[in-house]
Ligand binder design. Structure first.
Ligand code: FES
Length: 839
């Protein structure tokens, strides 16, 4: 066992209890958590929940929100050591809080992340990167440089790329070079790779690399990029606009004319870093004429396609093998380290690895788009929303990445979970010379919700209607049409979510009101906020299939090939739960093959809250089809309600037995196999954004309680209550974990986090919430089954984050009577707002 000291009884007890509490997601922080907590327990320092929280205050976790870890540590301190949950019986895996199936390696510290597998003798890479936001450059004679560094085997430049020196998640918009040539478009862009021995790469000073830079005036803001004399980042994109998004229905002017109240606001949100604790790392090696690329990726098959284009070879010559992923949240969807190690290995024929420094990771990886939003919302006197007029500009940085997805998704979602007859939402993704912005848990929707839900509060206040009641009056219900014209047949749980929050809303509002009467209230103001959301699961208005393979081998093993990368969210557990129930086998008897392009069919990307819904549905279909084949072979009806047992080369069913050893095996070694694909039905949007962009939508609402210190401007989040309609709970405790982790990220988005290229270079400059920043989080899971989902289930990964920041900002406004237009609402922003005259 590496990394974790389990020599003490407390250490071993913590490992078990972390597992039983589902205190583990990606697992990257867990060895550090366990060491810190074990030391505190061994010192007898933990006597309360606060002590437990203190014990891990120095260990960052970006996934969990710390709730379950703190509870686990406290339990061990109290002598309550828990073991993992029992495995569920046949047919009831779905709905059971099964301990995550891949958790043991994570608490034992033996899981293999991107850097862990790099062979000791691998060559390593140092990237030469642009020190300027925008610059031209010329590389000089490399021979003297290489001669001065005997451990350097090769310097790789753009012209060495054998295929296309370009990548991008949307192929039609692919524009990011693997290595920039002649000019760099953002600070930190790679322009050359030095490949050499690990010792050389670690210790040599490459300050003598022969390169001449000519710095140019950068375009850093949307205003810079859209100014009349702005240079173009990409010749093919006039006005530096990557793409426009648009959803229009009804007549906004007519809607506004009906209004008793109209509110409007101009909002600015910040550039937000994913801050996954594991920096990018990976390696590649040749296996004959096949290259194997190992890395923490959220998108193995799409990465294989992109690498084939870069290397100029067939996809069959590439295996993408995901390592454990130490947090992703959308940031490991794009290629980062993969083309660099693949290129060096392909050219040199040798094993090559690379580990990004923290500064390299933060400076060059994609982020949440900074947004500038103008919003206007109108309602009639009875509190019915009669018009929404929204415009959002998203700073997409130097390259396209997921800018197209953000610009297209936001207009569909800027209505919130409300019925709106007159609607106009226009967006633009604008190129600048900042780090490319990409996918980060919500594809721009959390930024839109920050604006829209604050405007909803303003409108309710203006009309003198309780803010939760105002939302209830306008929510969508089954049978209603969205602003895209799509009619939702079922699984519209927003009303249920708001009603679930109502008791806490009333109590919290009364408590805040009482607290604000106290003597301390002149300085410390309490506030309560709420925000609601809708979120389409899956890619927007496009195909996004997943394929699951299940087979039975001659030994009688039932094997599930599931290619949905588990970046901590739980697909390595949830997909087997669904498959086991569909096939009617005890979960523990199912053997699982995890994602890798040569052993699992494509399950697309782990993004867009699609894996439980899309891959889960494929698993349901594959399980049902395989069972039907088995029953057919046994001469039974496909729907026969019989118990099947497997093993020792046999399938047995109530008196009949099938000897598998005599059956022919297929190319995968299976005597019986099913492969099922599910592609959720969605239609392209027309020029006004009308159509059915998603097959299913998640709904939710969150309630935040805060205390604002009006002297310092600091905000403490006291409690968050989150209600989410998940369709059907597949694994309740994993769902809770997603919500708790999202709340932590939402606190960062609302109050703390602001990435500045070239300035915020690590966690010292870019603080994220620690265990001490976390409030109590209560999760209420609502089940409004989606008829199209597996057992009714839909996604939670992004929906859990979408309303958090808006709920907190509404609570801050409730506390101090000032609207938060600049986000994050740092102490400076709050103090500035307090100083501003009443609006
Ligand atoms: Fe803590 Fe992922 S579980 S960083």
């Amino acid at each position: 066992m590496e990394g974790v000291d389990t020599c003490t009884a407390n250490g071993a007890a913590l490992q078990d209890t972390f597992l039983s509490h589902q205190a583990v997601q990606c697992g990257f922080c867990i060895p550090g958590m366990l060491c810190a907590a074990t030391a505190a327990l061994d010192r007898d320092d933990v006597h309360s929940m606060d002590d437990a929280r203190d014990s891990i205050a120095g260990v960052l976790c970006r996934c969990t929100g710390y709730q379950k870890q703190v509870a686990a540590i406290h339990d061990v301190a109290q002598g309550r050591v828990a073991c993992r949950t029992d495995m569920p019986a046949t047919g009831v895996a779905v709905g059971t809080a099964v301990t995550r199936l891949d958790g043991l390696a994570k608490v034992q510290g033996t899981d293999s992340f991107g850097a862990d597998g790099i062979p000791i003798d691998a060559l390593m890479i140092k990237a030469i990167r642009s020190p300027f936001h925008r610059a031209r450059f010329a590389i000089g004679d490399l021979k003297p440089f290489v001669a001065r560094h005997p451990g350097v085997e090769r310097v790789i430049l753009a012209e060495d790329v054998p295929g296309l020196n370009v990548h991008g998640v949307a192929q039609a918009y692919a524009d990011q070079p693997v290595l920039a040539q002649h000019s760099a478009r953002f600070l930190g862009e790679a322009v050359a790779l030095i490949v050499g021995s690990a010792e050389t790469i670690d210790h040599d000073d490459f300050g003598d690399f022969p390169i001449q830079w000519e710095s140019q005036a950068p375009l850093l803001t949307i205003d810079d990029a859209l100014s009349a004399d702005a240079p173009l980042l990409h010749d093919a994109r006039p006005d530096n606009i990557l793409i426009h998004g648009r959803v229009v229905s009804g007549d906004v002017d007519a809607g506004l004319s009906m209004a008793a109240a109209v509110v409007e606001g101009h909002f600015q949100t910040s550039f937000v870093e994913h801050a996954y604790i594991e920096p990018e790392a990976g390696w590649a090696r040749m296996d004959g004429d096949v290259i194997e690329v190992y890395s923490p990726t959220q998108a193995p098959h799409p990465h294989r396609e992109e690498l084939a284009r870069i290397l100029g070879c067939s996809e069959h010559r590439i295996r993408v093998i995901p390592s454990a992923v130490g947090g992703g949240f959308g940031g490991k969807l794009d290629l980062t380290v993969q083309p660099l190690v693949a290129l060096a290995t392909w050219i040199l024929g040798k094993t090559v690895g690379m580990i990004f420094t923290r500064e390299e990771s933060i400076s060059t990886s994609t982020k949440r788009h900074p947004a500038t939003i103008d919003s206007r919302i109108a309602a009639t006197a009875d509190g019915t929303i009669c018009a929404i007029d929204f415009h959002g500009d998203f700073n997409t940085g130097a390259y396209a990445s997921w800018g197209t997805a953000v610009a297209n998704r936001v207009p569909v979602h800027a209505s919130g979970p409300y019925k709106v007859d007159h609607y106009r939402a226009l967006t633009r993704a604008v190129h600048t010379n900042i780090t490319p912005a990409g996918a980060f848990r919500g594809f721009g929707v959390p930024q839109a919700v920050v604006a829209q839900e604050q405007m909803i509060d303003e409108l309710a206040n203006r009309l003198g209607i309780d803010r939760l009641e105002f939302r209830l009056r306008n929510v969508l219900r089954a049978g209603d049409a969205l602003v895209t014209g799509q009619v939702l047949p079922d699984s519209v749980g927003i009303e249920a979510c708001l009603l679930a929050l109502k008791p806490r809303w009333e109590a919290a509002t009364a408590e805040a009101c009482a607290a604000n009467q106290s003597a301390a209230a002149k300085r410390l103001r309490r506030g309560v906020g709420i925000a609601a959301m809708i979120y389409g699961c899956g890619n927007t208005a496009s195909t996004n299939p997943s394929t699951i393979r299940m087979g039975i081998n001659r030994a009688g093993d039932v094997i599930l090939h599931q290619g949905a990368v588990d970046a901590g969210q739980g697909s390595n557990t949830v997909i087997p739960q669904i498959a086991a129930d569909a096939f009617c086998i005890p979960l523990q008897e199912l053997k699982c093959v995890d994602a890798a392009t040569h052993v699992t069919p494509s399950c697309g990307r782990t993004s867009a809250s699609r894996q439980t819904f899309v891959t889960g549905k494929a698993a349901l279909l594959a399980g049902q089809q395989l069972r039907a084949k088995v029953l057919n072979t046994l001469g039974q009806e496909p729907s026969a309600n019989v118990t099947l047992t497997f093993g020792n080369g046999l399938i047995a069913s109530e008196g009949s037995k099938l000897d598998l050893s005599q059956l022919p095996a297929n190319e995968f070694g299976y005597v019986m196999m099913a492969e099922a694909t599910f592609d959720p039905p969605a239609t392209p949007l027309d020029k006004d954004g009308q159509g059915s962009p998603y097959a299913v939508y998640a709904f939710g609402a969150q309630l935040a309680e805060v205390e604002v210190d009006t002297h310092t401007g600091t905000t403490r989040v006291l409690r968050v209550t989150a209600a989410h309609d998940v369709g059907r709970m597949v694994n309740p405790s994993l769902l809770e974990g997603q919500v708790e982790g999202a709340v932590a990220q939402g606190i960062g988005l609302a109050l703390m986090e602001k990435f500045v290229p070239g300035v915020t270079l690590g966690f010292r400059d870019y603080p994220i919430p620690t265990s001490l920043d976390m409030p109590r989080v209560d999760t209420i899971l609502v089940e409004e089954p989606a008829s199209i989902g597996p057992y009714g289930a839909k996604g939670i990964g992004e929906p859990a984050l979408v309303p958090t920041a808006a709920a907190i900002l509404n609570a801050v406004s409730h506390a101090i009577g000032k609207r938060m237009y600049d986000v994050p609402a740092t102490p400076e922003v709050i103090l500035r707002a307090l100083d501003a005259p009443p609006s």
